[in-house]
Design a protein around this ligand. Structure first.
Ligand SMILES: C[C@@](CO)(OP(=O)(O)O)[C@H](O)COP(=O)(O)OP(=O)(O)OC[C@H]1O[C@@H](n2ccc(N)nc2=O)[C@H](O)[C@@H]1O
Ligand SMILES: Nc1ncnc2c1ncn2[C@@H]1O[C@H](COP(=O)(O)OP(=O)(O)O)[C@@H](O)[C@H]1O
Length: 284
């Protein structure tokens, strides 16, 4: 049966400004998303049974709560072949880490099953479907480094120079919802009207998350000696930007054993899109 393997890459928020809160509780953001050439691995295979199976590193997440499953269910109405799907997940990204692990898995699932079930949906349509699964899903479906506004769905592609990052996960799970519903979260950063200089930006969630999770504050302090350091999304992952792989690896090698981490280069095009393009060429 036809099969397809794609990465679900990590994302970093190089900055994250919160401008306002909408009536529905979601927040208007301005953020700069970039992808890393590192992430979960998903293998998709069409099956004779008319069901959606997920195996591998699903952790404690129930099938119906898994964003991979939700993405597959969302595409079932558009299926034009009589097959089910079996999905093997190899998890590399920390859950609830601010690197978009769940959202990226969902987006990669939409991209892959759109092909295998011959749904023939545009990426615009997949992004609309993805937005219902999570605010971060559209940027992964779109697959380009982007300045994002709205809740994260209004995307303007940008090209950034490649940088190397060491990303550290201080082993605390930060709930995105808990941060966004916290009374102390700043929600009134003025919108960027004429572009941005990274030096004049920040992550508006950082001060609150440092207060709620001292381990995050410790991680940011430890990384600071190596270079410009920031928390991604609502955390808990923090990153330091470096000039080359060697410098990034040196940071990882000196990481305290109580923390996890990885190093990877940034990429303006999501690896999932690069892999999908190669797969499509081979189908011709
Ligand atoms: C904060 C960001 C920044 O990129 O990333 P993470 O830290 O999650 O990686 C995203 O906006 C997260 O996107 P995502 O992780 O898909 O969040 P969702 O599941 O849509 O929302 C989880 C909860 O976060 C809050 N939320 C999320 C996005 C947003 N623009 N405003 C919000 O208020 C809402 O309370 C929502 O119920
Ligand atoms: N396949 C999945 N991988 C990771 N998290 C998932 C998955 N499916 C559902 N989730 C849930 O989504 C949450 C993380 O969503 P995600 O978009 O990855 O945010 P973050 O960027 O904070 O990791 C996790 O707390 C987890 O409960």
């Amino acid at each position: 049966m036809t099969s397809l393997s794609l990465m679900a890459p990590a994302k970093l928020n190089l900055f994250l400004h919160i401008n306002a809160q909408r009536a529905d509780g979601y927040h208007e953001l301005e953020t700069l998303f970039t992808f890393l050439d590192f992430g979960d691995e998903l293998n998709f295979t069409c099956t004779q049974q008319d069901d959606i199976e997920i195996e591998g590193d699903t952790g404690a997440i129930a099938l119906e709560d898994n964003l991979i499953y939700k993405a597959a269910v969302a595409l079932r109405p558009f299926r034009s072949v009589e097959t089910g799907i079996s999905i093997k997940l190899s998890k590399k990204l920390p859950m609830g880490g601010g690197v978009g692990g769940g959202s990226s898995d969902a987006a990669t699932t939409l991209l892959a099953i759109n092909q295998l079930w011959k749904c023939n949906l545009s990426h615009q349509k997949l992004a609309e479907i993805g937005l219902k699964l999570g605010a971060d899903v559209p940027v992964f479906v779109n697959g380009k480094t982007a300045f994002a506004q709205g809740v994260g769905e209004k995307l303007t592609a940008v090209n950034l120079p490649q940088r190397w990052f060491c990303v550290v996960f201080p082993n605390v799970h930060v709930s995105t919802g808990a941060v966004f519903t916290h009374p102390d979260l700043p929600r009134n950063t003025p919108r960027l009207t004429s572009g941005w200089q990274l030096a004049n930006t920040n992550n508006d969630c950082e001060a609150l998350v440092k207060k709620l999770y001292p381990e995050v504050e410790k991680t940011l302090g430890w990384l600071l000696k190596y270079g410009p350091t920031r928390m991604t999304g609502t955390g808990a992952c923090c990153f330091v930007e470096l000039d080359c792989a060697t410098a990034a690896q040196r940071v990882l090698d000196s990481l305290p054993s109580c923390w996890q981490g990885f190093v990877a280069p940034s990429t303006n095009i999501s690896p999932a899109h690069t892999q999908l393009d190669s797969w499509l060429k081979m189908q011709k």
